[in-house]
Write a protein that binds this ligand. Structure first.
Ligand code: ATP
Ligand code: MG
Length: 461
């Protein structure tokens, strides 16, 4: 499991205040169950908070009283809620890239809303934020428990997804037109930035519409969240590719397998998959720059490994080694920088290097990214997804808005969207996860000219 990042703790003050639409005056349909037996206490003590810091040294660095310690609002059912469920219309949208577990979240939202709160109208907007914009002409789907009954066995999203900027004024026009009171947004950092803009437009119009996000990032790069849903399924699947790659490398003279895994800016999948299937000799991640050529460079180390072991296995995150390329200035439809392909570069340069040293080489290049993104959630992620979905429904029904749900220090919490998009969770090159990878692979801390001092510590694990 990804350890929480230490990075935000060094900030002096973090505002974890979550916006609300107003006082909660409606008795929750769950209230009788919450009070049914004296022995059950499933409702939330709303005066309690989840502490942000988890070590004595971090707490002791803080100034002020106990109440001043940075803390987050816990999720869970409230006895009083903001919306009257019988009059509440809900929208759900999924945007960005695929990730295991999206359908589980959709199903969890629909079943919690209908079965426990008695919400009768839930609309699925198709193909990301395009679904709100009239000119695309996408239909909406009525999401009922029957419609979502078996969707969690499938990867992907039944609602479809898209990239590309949309006009959020038009999105809110659509919400108003359709009388939507709650919008659940499932997506990555870009999607959450969009959700923040939707919330701002809603506020500007003084509307009572809650916007609650369930953050999706297969790379596990969202800050203030222990682990993102789908991450565990993703690295489990990735570890299978490592296993196959090992077999391929071992069974040919001077076999070298290169496996490229997801991880645009954060190498968590590469690290975890390599640890799960402890066969990699080298792991390359975006957080640790490296040199290819020259003494101590990656190519020399690889040759040494093949000479002593007879074969070698390299796992590279897709965002690794970007410092080796000239900036091409390319962007995708959503404006994200297009990464250059480290896998192709490695394949080419390894082949050239072995040829230059007159060495035999049997290379296999494996890129399982699209296979991994579309697998169904594993049981652990399935549990996580449904719990996030429940937390999101409780938050929205209680009028919380402009927030995402997540788990921090193993507790489910509300996090303002602004914080969830404020930074990126990354592997700390000086932390214990990277240390475990170094121990498991036996590779040096970095290759070539880079030293520990030259790499910025991001504080994530
Ligand atoms: P992933 O990174 O996993 O692919 P993502 O949510 O970051 O997911 P994007 O394609 O970047 O994927 O964004 C999805 C949608 O969010 C876009 O179609 C766009 O409408 C909106 N969006 C992206 N970036 C922004 C931004 N900076 N501000 C407002 N909206 C944005
Ligand atoms: Mg993104």
């Amino acid at each position: 499991m990804a350890e929480p990042t230490d990075r935000p703790a060094s900030r002096e003050w973090i505002d974890f205040t979550v916006q609300t639409l107003g006082p909660c005056t409606v008795e929750s349909p769950l209230a009788p169950r919450l009070q049914a037996r004296r022995t059950t206490h499933h409702s939330i003590d709303e005066s309690d908070r989840v502490l942000f810091d988890d070590t004595l040294s971090k707490v002791s660095r803080r100034e002020g009283d106990l109440e001043d310690l940075p803390s987050l609002e816990p999720t869970g059912p409230r006895k009083k809620i903001f919306f009257d469920p019988s009059k509440t219309r809900v929208g759900i949208v999924t945007c960005g890239g695929l990730c295991p577990g999206i359908n589980n979240v959709i199903r969890g939202l629909v079943s919690e809303l209908t079965t426990h709160y008695g919400v009768r109208r839930i609309y699925g907007f198709k193909n990301g934020y395009q679904g709100f914009i009239p000119r695309y002409g996408h239909d909406v789907i009525d999401l009922t428990p029957e419609v979502v009954e078996n969707i969690d066995g499938e990867g992907g999203t039944i609602l479809g997804t898209s990239r590309g900027q949309q006009d959020f004024v038009e999105v809110v026009d659509c919400l108003e037109r359709m009388g939507i009171s709650i919008l659940f947004v499932i997506g990555g950092d870009g999607t959450m930035r969009g959700a923040e803009k939707i919330s701002a437009e809603i506020k500007r119009r003084d509307l009572k519409i809650a916007v609650v996000g369930i953050p999706k990032t297969i790379d596990n790069d969202i800050p203030f969240i222990d682990q993102s849903f789908g991450f565990q399924s993703a690295f489990s699947e990735a570890s299978r590719s490592i296993r196959s790659a090992k077999v391929e490398a071992r069974t040919a003279p001077n076999g070298v397998s290169v496996v490229k895994l997801m991880g645009r800016h954060s190498g968590f999948i590469a690290c975890y998959a390599a640890l799960a299937q402890n066969d990699a000799d080298f792991v390359l991640i975006p957080e640790v720059p490296f040199t290819l050529e020259g003494p101590g460079g990656f190519l020399e180390r690889l040759r040494e490994k093949v000479a002593t072991q007879g074969h070698a296995l390299v796992v590279a995150a897709e965002g690794a080694g970007q410092e080796l390329f000239e900036d091409n200035g390319l962007q995708d439809a959503s404006g994200n920088k297009k990464l250059q392909d480290v896998g192709i570069l490695l394949r080419q340069l390894i082949a050239e290097d072995f040829a230059a040293h007159d060495l035999e080489l049997n290379m296999r290049y494996i890129d399982p990214s699209y296979v991994i993104r579309s697998v169904p959630a594993n049981p652990y992620d399935a549990v996580y997804c449904i719990r996030l979905a429940h937390a999101a429904v409780h938050a929205a029904m209680a009028g919380r808005t402009n927030m995402v749900v997540g788990r921090w220090r193993r507790r489910f919490v509300h996090i303002p969207i602004s914080l969830a998009v404020s930074a990126r969770n990354q592997v700390d090159p000086h932390g214990d996860l990277w240390w475990s990878v170094l121990e498991a692979t036996g590779q040096p801390w970095s290759f070539g000219e880079f030293t520990g001092e030259q790499v910025t510590a991001f504080g994530g694990q």
